[in-house]
Design a protein around this ligand. Structure first.
Ligand SMILES: *Cc1c(COP(=O)(O)O)cnc(C)c1O
Length: 352
């Protein structure tokens, strides 16, 4: 079997690269599409539910698909440094791919609103990490301005190469499933990924690799739902820090994706997110971060509302790994019990 070459080599004909593009890759992509029978049982057993587990990318989130493109193109253009604002995963991915490329990375994250695992990744890969005493939207505005006036490449999803790389997620779903799903469910923060998936499906259809397009269904956290509420949220709030965004950069394109695909956007509460987070871990053995669980929460809500027809095939993008955010995991689960080193004491706890 041939080794997986990473998303650029695998899908080169669909991507804006040439022989002169130096490919920066950590062999991202090829993430598993895992059937979720327990989730179907718990919601509607007639559904075929699949989980696209993007947490198994090299830095633990789908951001790597976009970063391999953004970093390769930055290197091709002769850039020496990259910059981004991030709720965490973009900074982790940018730091790792910049290290790989030999570029300097500057990352700006909102103080007190970034999961521990993500911060540790940016730090260990050698990025210069700045914590802004403000939110993500403010940080993005700052790095955008700096990249316009200084010799540093912006690698947020407003960098067009990011979405080009991220559309490979849709290619893989079709390659793995043999078709597109009827519905594609996805969390929405800055709204780049829903835009990228939709682009990927359309391009794959045009290339004759699939026939029917899916309907795109996005989910925002109730306290950070600018697209759903059709207004900028000045102070977004949610436990799902990766989608804690009040003014999404890809707002317009996301609306187009929803409209063109006859999809829709909905909200889920933090309580619903955390319930789904535990359910996914306990019933399916899959540990994904809270923003990813928003999709599962959305699935549960939508099935209850009776919006999926019987027998439909659903793919849920689970965007990032649970280990990114160990604090939320520990707060959401029962605490370990301390026991003395004695068999009787241990047995008393086990109830065997
Ligand atoms: C970035 C991210 C999102 C949101 O994706 P957008 O493209 O910003 O909508 C969701 N979940 C995780 C884990 C992320 O890292």
């Amino acid at each position: 079997m041939k080794a997986w070459p990473g998303v650029i080599e695998q899908y080169r004909e669909f991507l804006p690269v040439s022989d002169r593009t130096p490919i920066v890759t950590l062999r991202e992509g090829n993430t598993p599409l895992v059937p979720a029978p327990r989730l179907a049982e718990a919601t509607d057993p007639s559904l075929s539910i699949y989980l696209k587990c993007e947490g198994f990318n090299p830095t633990g989130s789908f951001k790597d698909r976009g970063m391999t493109m953004a970093m390769s193109k930055a290197l091709e253009a002769g850039s020496r440094a990259v910059i981004c604002a991030s709720t965490g995963n973009t900074s982790a991915s940018a730091a790792a791919y910049a290290a790989r490329a030999g570029l300097k990375a500057f990352v700006m994250v909102p103080k007190g609103a970034i999961a521990l695992g993500k911060l540790s990744q940016a730090a260990i890969h050698g990025a210069k990490v700045l914590m802004v005493d403000g939110n993500f939207d403010q940080a993005l505005s700052i790095v955008r301005q700096i990249s316009e006036t200084h010799p540093v490449t912006l690698v947020n999803s407003v960098n067009p190469f990011r979405l080009e790389g991220q559309k490979t997620g849709a290619f893989e779903v079709v390659d793995q499933l043999g078709r597109a799903p009827d519905y594609h469910l996805i969390p929405v923060g800055n709204a780049g990924n829903i835009t990228a998936y939709w682009r990927g499906y359309r391009e794959y259809q045009r290339a004759g690799r699939m026939s029917e397009l899916p309907r795109m269904v996005g989910f925002q956290a109730a306290g950070a739902a600018p697209i759903y509420e059709n207004r900028v949220i000045e102070e977004p709030r949610t436990v799902a820090t990766a989608i804690k965004i009040g003014n999404p950069a890809s707002w317009g394109p996301a609306l187009e994706a929803l409209k063109d695909s006859k999809g829709w956007i909905d909200i889920v509460t933090d309580e619903e997110i955390l319930q789904a987070y535990r359910l996914l871990a306990r019933e399916e053995g899959i540990f994904m971060e809270p923003a990813s669980a928003a999709t599962v929460a959305g699935l549960i809500k939508t099935v209850k509302a009776g919006r999926f027809e019987s027998g439909a095939t659903l793919v849920l993008t689970l965007t990032g790994h649970g280990l990114k955010d160990p604090d939320t995991a520990l707060e959401s689960a029962s605490r370990p019990t301390t026991v003395p080193p004695a068999i009787d004491a241990v047995l008393a706890q086990l109830g065997l």
